[in-house]
Design a protein around this ligand. Structure first.
Ligand code: ADP
Ligand code: ASP
Ligand code: MG
Length: 262
């Protein structure tokens, strides 16, 4: 089994999603599990929704903006009248109903239920797009596989349970799932910490005893420095786990620091 992970920048618009399909085609779309993050800056926008909700200021407009962004991306991927458009609208009206009905004063709990919507809808769109172009795949709810404690916003993985669930997956199938999210004992959503999708991919790779895990980013690979901040950086062709852990730990944001351990 191979694991591929595509972050927010890799699914930020219709062109990027098409590029994901192109990458998967060239890598061989078979026996693989694809982990996707929320599209573009969706997570930040959903954080704003939660912020406004607790501040008792208009959060509906923020939800509407996020919805429109997903509809717009989908317009570049699907023909007019495709079922995905109704699905997106329903998804965001469910999110609004959740907030309207919510009685929990727990910010972190509400944060996780809301912010996870970015990954849920992104993975749905990618999965449906791949199906439409004949990349047969099964959409997977990562929350049924990655089990955590109730430490909302920084969930700690229950490795025993997670391993048991993930190892039951069929290694002959292609899956599309979400990064960043798991669920606690009562099945409420728990996020794994900002930028945690790399970590999710590693959790699946560990649980499936995968042959390889590839994290696709908007850079050629791990470099000697952040190319956005430094000139004259070069590509590191191989790196030991120890060095990679050290780089991540000291802030090389190209790899989430929790990723290497599993
Ligand atoms: P994603 O959200 O798709 O997972 P990120 O934006 O988190 O991707 O990570 C990719 C970014 O990491 C690059 O665009 C780059 O600016 C930055 N980066 C920081 N340090 C490094 C490094 N040592 N090598 C490569 N990229 C790096
Ligand atoms: N979407 C989440 C974030 O922006 C997780 C991730 O992208 O890794 O933090
Ligand atoms: Mg990211």
């Amino acid at each position: 089994m191979k694991i591929f992970k595509f972050g927010g920048a890799s699914v930020k618009d219709a062109e990027s999603v098409k590029n994901v399909a192109f990458v998967l085609e060239s890598e061989g779309f078979e026996n693989c599990l694809v982990v996707v993050s929320a599209m573009g800056k969706t997570t930040n926008a959903l954080e704003q929704v939660v912020h406004n909700y607790f501040d008792k200021v208009n959060y509906q407009t923020e939800i509407e903006k996020v919805k429109q962004m997903h509809l717009e991306i989908s317009t570049g991927l699907f023909p007019k009248g495709h079922a995905v458009f109704a699905e997106i609208s329903l998804f965001f009206s469910d999110l609004e109903s959740f907030l309207r009905r919510n009685k929990s004063p727990n910010y972190n709990f509400v944060y996780d239920q809301v912010v996870s919507c970015g990954e849920m809808i992104s993975s749905k769109i990618v999965s449906e797009y791949l199906s439409d172009i004949q990349f047969k795949n099964t959409w997977l709810d990562a929350r049924d596989y990655i089990k955590t404690d109730s430490n909302y916003r920084e969930g700690n993985v229950n490795w025993e349970e997670t391993q048991k669930k993930i190892s039951a997956l069929d290694s002959q199938t292609c899956y599309v799932t979400q990064g960043f999210i798991g669920s606690e004992a009562n099945n409420f959503t728990v996020t794994l910490g900002r930028e945690g999708s790399d970590y999710s991919a590693a959790i699946f790779a560990y649980g499936l005893n995968a042959d390889a895990m590839t994290i696709w980013k908007d850079v050629p690979g791990v470099m000697t420095g952040d190319p956005r901040k430094f000139e004259n950086v070069s590509l590191i062709s191989t790196i030991s786990y120890e060095e990679a852990i050290e780089m991540a730990y000291y802030g090389a944001s190209v790899i989430h620091p929790k990723t290497l351990q599993p």
